[in-house]
Design a protein around this ligand. Structure first.
Ligand SMILES: Nc1nc2c(ncn2[C@@H]2O[C@H](COP(=O)(O)OP(=O)(O)OP(=O)(O)O)[C@@H](O)[C@H]2O)c(=O)[nH]1
Length: 325
């Protein structure tokens, strides 16, 4: 917890209570996973039984079922076997901490980077339709405004999907922050221009820009995203300072594949996994970390404005194994 309070970004929890609350949220959102496959994994590594090849086979099978993905599963299992052998561990129970340590390492390989200290700090949010972009933007706005006292502005850059701009405006109102919108069908570039001008004029701390998750077949979404990025960078050198890719945990391996397309064009720096509370296959987080090769920054833990937690690898893995010794 100490590390979370003092070694993190500008939106890290600022008190022990806040950090503890986020840990509880993460634990609650993983209840389905814990009751399902991860509970079974914990059971496999609970007793004094000797470590056998069958144990590793069962672990492999369970991890694949938990949406960890074949490659990441094999990587994890092999590293755990190596560690267990190196330490001469013989009982299943004793191997559990080693499995957990390897799980934490899976995330650590892509741990967070230094954040630039910019104002306005521009966050671009990308992802396929329905992943939970709008909800995430609302949660971020709420977090920056109400918890960190920042002046926030939203930009309704998804001008393609029907009702996307209205939806964002509604959330903005609920979060109590302004929103720049030119309505459905407008040029997204024009929205971005207007929003940056407004952010500069109004001395905004954090500007959060929504983007389309799908375009008409004849337009290429990735080209459009690249164009938007370039426009932002030209207007405000160094921006966007953060580009968050939103991935819906419930879409499993398919969602990860879809999300991969965004990496290059959108210049993704961070990942937010939404709807973690809606799946029993929390193992998707490992696959995302390995396949997307970016730090997981946030977890969406529910539908309410407050249901957002900073991702912390140790907290996450502990929560998957909680309630079992
Ligand atoms: N349970 C749960 N539901 C969520 C979470 N995040 C988003 N949702 C729900 O997922 C649905 C889709 O979320 P939106 O934010 O509208 O999706 P979107 O990605 O903005 O959609 P587009 O604007 O089309 O890209 C909504 O019903 C949200 O309430 C979460 O963390 N947990």
């Amino acid at each position: 917890m100490f590390r979370r309070l003092f070694g993190r970004a500008q939106d890290a929890p600022r008190s022990e209570e806040e950090a503890a609350r986020e840990e509880e949220q993460v634990a609650a959102s993983l209840e389905k996973s814990r009751k399902g496959i991860f509970g079974r994994i914990a059971q496999l590594f609970a007793g004094d039984d000797p470590i056998t090849d069958e144990l590793w086979d069962e672990l492999e099978e369970a991890l694949i079922q938990a949406d960890v993905g074949l490659e990441t599963t094999q990587y994890l299992v092999n590293r755990t076997i190596d560690r267990v052998n190196r330490h001469g561990v013989k009982k299943a129970r004793e191997a559990r901490e080693m499995l957990k340590a390897e799980m934490v390492r899976t995330f650590a390989e892509y741990a967070g980077q230094q954040r630039p200290n910019a104002r306005p700090y521009v966050i671009l949010v990308v992802g396929v339709n329905g992943a939970g972009k709008t909800t995430l933007i609302a949660k971020l706005a709420h977090r920056y405004k109400n918890r960190f006292g920042k002046k926030v502005l939203l930009a309704a850059g998804d001008t393609f999907r029907a009702a996307a701009t209205e939806q964002l405006e509604t959330w903005a109102e609920r979060a109590g922050v302004p929103c720049v919108s030119l309505g459905q069908g407008a040029d997204a570039a024009a929205v971005v221009y207007k929003a940056i001008d407004a952010a500069l004029e109004q001395d905004v701390d954090v500007l959060i820009i929504d983007t389309a998750g799908r375009l008409h077949a004849k337009y290429n979404l990735m080209q459009e995203l690249e164009k938007i990025r370039n426009i932002i960078g030209r207007k405000l050198p160094g921006a966007p300072h953060e580009t968050i890719l939103v991935i819906d945990a419930t879409t499993g391996q398919n969602g990860v594949l879809q999300a991969k397309a965004f990496l290059k064009a959108a210049g993704v720096t961070d990942v937010a996994i939404t709807k973690m509370d809606g799946t029993a296959k929390g193992g998707i987080a490992f696959a995302i970390a390995q396949d997307i090769e970016r730090p997981i920054r946030y977890i969406g833990t529910g539908e309410k404005m407050d249901d957002l937690a900073l991702f912390d690898a140790q907290t996450f893995v502990d929560a998957l194994f909680a309630d079992s010794k």
